[in-house]
Design a binder for this molecule. Sequence first.
Ligand code: 5GP
Length: 207
Amino acid sequence: MAGKDEQPVTEAAGESRAYELFIGREALVERVQAIGGELTERFKDAPEPPILIAILKGSTMFLADLVRAMKIDAAIDFMAISSYSSNEATQVRIVKDLEHDILGRDVVIVEDIVDTGLTLTYLRRSLMEREPRSLRTVTLLDKSARRIVPVPVEHIGFDIPDVFVVGYGMDFQGRYRNAPDLYSVKDLARLANDPLMLVPALFPSVP
Ligand code: 5GP
């Protein structure tokens, strides 16, 4: 996935590669700029600025770059949801709700990753009940092959295979969100055993 001019992260000699650079910052910036252009075009004649809703916390870096890539005024707001599985059913609930009233407004859900689609399906239903003028979704990453529930996603940064990723807002146990590039973790069990495993590669100390 990394561009051909980007070097994969090297590891200590003798260690197998458990992770690698997946999408570098230049490629991220380029895609986010393009999506910012799409949203600008869509909403430039709208009666009111669109409200971009970032889902905490994974999409915060994406939101910050995306909203600045738009050439029109836009409002931002945040939601947090929690999901847990019980008896093979996944329950999703809102743990932080919007400050805006979205009635009659153009709304854009900003997601980091759409995976099974369960979270987005729940969010869309919840937001549609509030009768926005329009509702669209932009996701940086789409793991479309893993979808369980079909759900519309109007703007997609990258369609990616079934790999676990960290960086550019996305975490493992709360870590690695502030890495500017996106990394794929091939050996998740190894990272679970050693959650600090990626720190030396992602945050090499200043000599
Ligand atoms: P869904 O309900 O679509 O299965 O869940 C999507 C959410 O799962 C994303 O918003 C994200 O929080 C989390 N997620 C899915 N895949 C990954 C991944 O590869 N890395 C990280 N850090 N989170 C992921």
